[in-house]
Design a binder for this molecule. Structure first.
Ligand code: FPP
Length: 247
């Protein structure tokens, strides 16, 4: 599968909704957290697979704003898993020139989590290969709301003219400022929704849905998704003829 990929048409930015951990565990008669623990191989494989192909950004939806309403024990277990993953993975990230970044309301995370995140972001900040972006306590509507507040504040203070508000300026006030929009979104587990993820940034993104549950996701599934992406014609509102003749 990897050999079939066009190396000159690899998405620069892949976003992933890692879904199906709970169902994976329930199918095995285990607790939901067992699914989250077994999700780490999939996380590692997708990061490794993306790095091997020269992808510049991979954004993983690890904890949504809505996930705060899950049972307290599940939230605690997820936060613990995050801390452990950071501790375990930073040396590998250093070895592979991978930078860690986050989007979302990181200040709302437990202290221990925040401290580990700050430390790992700082450790990896000079790495120039793949950037792994963890979306934590994140939702698209939250992010857009924060951007609106910031912009309105600047207008109120007189440091921004209302006529200068355009899509570029709004993009610069989002958590993803400076990053390209995702070209490919992968969602696992057969659910066909965006679930409040990167609502602004997904405007022209190719959507790829797979029945595979996240803990079973491997490099070959990433390759399949990229191959499907490469077979699509991206038109950005133009006609097929215009795209063919590059006008
Ligand atoms: C969705 O499955 C998954 C989550 C809400 C959490 C994702 C977290 C991880 C993969 C572990 C930590 C990740 C990193 C990057 C350190 P679900 O629980 O909604 O599954 P279900 O839809 O089957 O119930």
């Amino acid at each position: 599968m990897k050999n079939q990929l066009d190396k000159n048409n690899i998405p620069q930015h892949i976003a992933v909704i890692m879904d199906g951990n709970g169902r994976w565990a329930q199918k095995k008669g285990a607790m939901r957290i067992f699914g989250h623990r077994n999700a780490m191989t999939a996380v590692r494989e997708s990061i490794e697979g993306a790095a091997e192909l020269g992808v510049k950004f991979i954004t993983l939806y690890a904890f949504s704003t809505e996930n705060w309403s899950r049972p307290k024990e599940e939230i605690e277990a997820l936060m613990e898993l995050l801390v452990q993953a950071i501790k375990d993975e930073v040396p590998t990230m250093m070895k592979n020139n991978i930078r860690l970044s986050t989007i979302g309301d990181v200040d709302s995370l437990p202290d221990k989590c925040r401290q580990h995140l700050e430390w790992s972001k700082n450790e990896t900040k000079n790495n120039t290969g793949l950037t792994v972006v963890l979306a934590l306590s994140y939702s698209g509507r939250w992010e857009i709301t924060e951007a609106v507040k910031e912009i309105v504040k600047k207008v109120g203070q007189g440091s921004l003219d209302i006529d200068h508000i355009d899509p570029r300026l709004i993009g610069e006030h989002l958590n993803t400022s400076g990053m390209p929009d995702p070209e490919l979104l992968i969602r696992t587990s057969g659910e066909l929704r965006i679930s409040n993820f990167m609502l602004w940034q997904l405007a022209y993104t190719e959507l790829y849905f797979t029945e595979v549950l996240w803990p079973d996701f491997r490099k070959e599934h990433l390759h399949e998704a990229i191959l499907a992406f490469q077979k699509r014609e991206r038109r950005f509102g133009k006609t097929g003829t215009q795209i063919k003749h590059k006008c």
